[in-house]
Write a protein of this length. Structure first.
Length: 364
């Protein structure tokens, strides 16, 4: 056995002049161990939860998304944009067009976002992992267009997965003035039939708003020809996302914005990082309190052994009385300090929780 471990074992487990020192030492060591365990486990859970949320967004958001800095749409036939198809790191190139609409089904209405995508959308993202129902991933055929709505959209409309009647879609006519005598002339209408599928991202932003359909239907509905809302890219395996993103940004210039998945969901990831930071501060503070208790128990051990060295094995009654009194004074001060620290922890926790609640409301 190493000499330092021998000294540590001898002083930690040897018989003390008062049994309270052994008890306090054991409690302090257990406190440090449990605080460290809680810190590691909590941060691991947060990391796992962040990875789980990322998998949900991965099934709906593209790896890289290119949008216009000004305006809602841009020309998808722009020469700078078309150059992206020839990039060696790009595996899937897909256009999308989305805008706000009103959906009506059997007299019930809801506001939604129609997102028109190309037929290779299932190659762009693993959309199959968040689809539910019985049906094929079909956005259109030779006759009609199909809809894949979010599950909360159907709940708002009071319908099941299999919609019997078509969804009536209303979009404002571009540049038209509302005729009060016949307001319907200010809207472009279209019908979407049920595909037998719904998607669930487990995020209200998508599940309660979005309806997937073909990009051709979206262009007819919103009266566009070659315009798109975004260009979505999937990179080849092994490609450096940051390097490709920077190269695309330099290629397109300041008129376009290139975002990866984390930037597309910046608010959600920022909230998760704040939660992780607050939990880390909480548990670190608890660990510091446990370390102070260890310091207190070591101080009591030093005092105990100093008295042994000073007075020898035979203590007088007065010395024993002074030692016990000193020990209880140390224990009392340690308990008081722990109570004060715990009260301070509760106050700090209340302040942090209130601040986090306000931040959550602001972000949502």
């Amino acid at each position: 056995m190493n000499f330092p471990f021998y000294i540590a074992r001898r002083y930690l487990f040897s018989k003390k002049s008062h049994n309270a020192i052994n008890v306090i030492s054991a409690i302090s060591v257990c406190g440090v161990a449990l605080a460290t365990l809680a810190l590691v486990c909590t941060l691991s859970v947060f990391n796992g939860f962040q990875d789980l949320v990322t998998t949900f967004f991965t099934a709906f958001d593209s790896q890289l998304k290119i949008t216009a800095v000004r305006g809602k749409v841009f020309d998808g036939q722009d020469k700078r944009v078309l150059q992206l198809k020839k990039m060696p790191d790009v595996e899937v190139y897909s256009e999308s067009l989305e805008d706000n609409v009103m959906v009506q089904y059997q007299g019930r209405q809801a506001m939604a976002v129609v997102k028109g995508v190309e037929d290779n959308f299932d190659q762009l993202t693993p959309i199959d992992s968040i689809l539910f129902g019985r049906g094929d991933l079909l956005l259109h055929d030779e006759v009609v267009d199909y809809a894949i709505p979010g599950r909360q959209v159907l709940a708002t409309l009071g319908s099941g997965i299999r919609v019997l009647d078509p969804l009536e879609i209303y979009a404002p006519r571009r540049g038209a003035k509302v005729n009060m005598a016949n307001p319907s002339t200010a809207f472009v209408t279209g019908n979407l039939f049920s595909s037998g599928l719904v998607f669930a991202v487990i995020q209200e932003k998508y599940d309660a708003s979005y309806i997937l359909t073909s990009i051709d239907f979206a262009r007819r509905l919103f009266q566009y020809t070659t315009e798109v809302s975004a260009i979505n890219l999937k990179l080849k395996a092994g490609a450096d996302t940051d390097a490709v993103k920077k190269h695309i940004q330099d290629l397109l210039g300041d008129d376009f914005l290139v975002q990866d998945r984390y930037e597309q969901q910046a608010d959600t990831y920022r909230i998760m990082e704040i939660e992780k930071l607050i939990s880390y501060l909480f548990l670190t503070f608890i660990l510091m309190i446990a370390c102070f208790n260890v310091i207190g128990s070591l101080s009591m051990l030093i005092i105990d052994k100093r008295d042994d060295a000073q007075f020898g094995c035979e203590r007088s009654a007065d010395s024993a009385y002074l030692f016990v009194r000193r020990t209880y004074d140390i224990v009392f001060r340690s308990v008081c300090r722990s109570c004060i620290r715990f009260a301070a922890l509760l106050v700090a926790a209340r302040i942090w929780l209130d601040s986090f609640g306000k931040l959550w409301k602001l972000c949502s």
